[in-house]
Write a new protein. Structure first.
Length: 215
C-alpha cells in the first residue's frame, strides 16, 4: 500500500510539473496557444483517467468527496433551455469565474456529442484573483435531455456533473445539476463552497437571459 501511495504521489507531482510548464499570467487570459492548451488538456486527461482507476478519494489518499444537487425552474420550453444551457459559450459572463472556453475537439458518436475543452477561469483566493485552467470533457445527450461533464484542474481537483432537464409542462423546464467534487481534504470545503456558488450564479444568469429573450 505504501508503494502505491508513493507511486501515485510521484505521478501527481509529474503531472503538476507538466501542467505548470507554461508561466501563468496575472490576468484573466493565458499566453498559451490553442495547441499548447490542447497538449495540457491531454496530459491532464491521461493523468485523471489513471488516477481515477488506480485509487479512490479515501482518507488514506488525503482526498475527500462531496455531492450537491441544485435546481432551478425556467419559464421556457425544454428544447430551448437545453440548447442554450448546454452551450458553455453562453456561460461566459454568467459563471462568476469563467472567462474563456477553448474547444480542442468536437465530435458526435452514437447520438452523443463530445467536446474536449479547457476553461480559463479567474478564481478568488483570499481576495486575490488567481488564473486557473480547468480541462474537461462534456458529453451532450440530446435524446435524453441531459449532459455530463468531467473536469480536472490543479491541484488535482476533480468535478463530475450531470445536468438533467425536465419538462414541467406549460412551457416550463426544471434544470437539476448533480455535482460531485473530489479534492484534498484541506481543499474540499473551499472547492464545494465556491463551486456550488458559481453554479448557482450561472443558473440564475441563464434563467434571466432565457426568460428575457436575450438567449
Amino acid at each position: 500500500m505504501k508503494q502505491l501511495v508513493r507511486f501515485l504521489t510521484a505521478q501527481l507531482l509529474a503531472a503538476a510539473l507538466l501542467l505548470t510548464a507554461f508561466p501563468g499570467p496575472a490576468r484573466a487570459d493565458t499566453p498559451e496557444t490553442d495547441a499548447q492548451l490542447a497538449a495540457e488538456w491531454q496530459a491532464a486527461w491521461d493523468f485523471y483517467r489513471f488516477y481515477e482507476v488506480a485509487t479512490a478519494p479515501l482518507p488514506y489518499t488525503g482526498r475527500s468527496r462531496a455531492e450537491r444537487d441544485i435546481s432551478i425552474e425556467i419559464n421556457a420550453p425544454i428544447e430551448h433551455v437545453f440548447e442554450v444551457y448546454s452551450n458553455f459559450a453562453n456561460h461566459i459572463g454568467r459563471h462568476s469565474f469563467l472567462k474563456r472556453i477553448v474547444t480542442h475537439k468536437d465530435w458526435t458518436e452514437a447520438g452523443t456529442r463530445y467536446l474536449n475543452f479547457t476553461a480559463i477561469e479567474e478564481i478568488p483566493v483570499a481576495g486575490v484573483p488567481v488564473t486557473s485552467k480547468t480541462h474537461g470533457q462534456q458529453r451532450i445527450h440530446p435524446d435524453g435531455f441531459y449532459y455530463e461533464t468531467d473536469s480536472w484542474s490543479l491541484p488535482n481537483i476533480v468535478t463530475h456533473q450531470k445536468i438533467v432537464f425536465e419538462d414541467l409542462g406549460n412551457g416550463r423546464t426544471r434544470v437539476t445539476e448533480h455535482l460531485l467534487f473530489e479534492a484534498g481534504i484541506l481543499l474540499i470545503d473551499f472547492t464545494v463552497e465556491n463551486g456550488v456558488a458559481a453554479h448557482q450564479e450561472t443558473q440564475a444568469g441563464l434563467k434571466e437571459a432565457i426568460e428575457s429573450g436575450e438567449l
